[in-house]
Ligand binder design. Sequence first.
Ligand code: MTE
Ligand code: MO
Length: 376
Amino acid sequence: SWKYVLKEKSPDMIHVLQFPYNGEPPRDRLVKNEITTNTDHFVRNHGGIPEINEEDYFFEVEGLVNTPKKITLKELKDESLFPRMSTVVTLQCSGTRRIEQIHEYPGDGDELINAPWGEGAIGTARYTGVSLKKVIKYCGGLRDGGKHLEFFGADTYFKKGHIYNYGVSAPVRKMKVNEIMLAWEMNGEPLPRIHGYPLRVVVFGYIGARSTKWLTRINIIENPSMAPVQMKEYIYYTPQIGKQNATYSNGFSIQTMPVSSAIMTPINHDQIIHDGRIKLTGWAYSGNGWPERVEVSGDGGSIWYEVPYDKLSKKYFHGWRTWEFEMPVDAEGWLEFCVRCWDNALNTQPTYVRSAWNWDLHVTSSCHRIKIYSIN
Ligand code: MTE
Ligand code: MO
């Protein structure tokens, strides 16, 4: 039944894939709020959407941990056992803005993985739950050699003749700095079913793929997960690798999300009648820190304007910043607008999509460019 989708998501979501359900919100609405509403938050699914009863729910912790345990949601919510954590976190799919890479060159062409996302496969919410570090401590701590945390979801998906449970991993050091949360609440509401009810993982700063929904099992292991989503998807191939030589092992696994940004209004190919100024809005995000400076250009990147600091939304350590800017525009006709962000580690974005292009079409982090028709 699609009733829950209709109930949980805005009716005008753009359906990047119909099955499994994958959708992003309309461009002009996404950056109106620095915290995305649950109904507008993008959704990325590999398979079905499990229906889990909170009362029967538990997840297992096993592998290289001293006391393997089954933990219920009731236990996890017990504040005498676990302190609560509540953090604003941006989740971004590594497929965000893939459409620009597809236009450059279609690459892998596996449309089940490579959904043609626009700039909306990103969203920001306040998640509430427990730091995974506390859960591991509750299980007696790690045993020697425990270096990676493998997460499994209750959903299954079908690929090349096999049925898999969703499975990925993140390194233990990410858990040690309290950047992995087990969350049951999204913006003060129970997690919507479509976002992983009753419990999901939230890995701050990593590609969305690591934030496993409908969590069933955490397995502590020595090496990164061998599960197909970890091993065969979300691989970054350098530009010289393509159809003839891409082998999974000659790419590397994408974890931290690089700095990126996008112009959300005006919308690409808009015609705008104005009196010397055009208002731009957008987002900027870095998984490696936070957006520190946003710059925009009205001439394809010759002259850059700095977005004044007070036109960037509030800084959160694990969140995006929305921004707006009044761009002075004299020229008429087709103009190219672009944006780039600098994060606090002084990382910035590749200039053109061709320098960000990769065979599996992930992390389109190049300067976002749009064309608008200016009538002054
Ligand atoms: N978890 C499970 N169990 N199954 C999935 O298909 N998709 C991942 C991740 N967690 C996925 C999952 C991907 S690729 C992304 S980008 C995020 O969930 C998206 O989270 P959202 O749908 O809540 O926005
Ligand atoms: Mo994703």
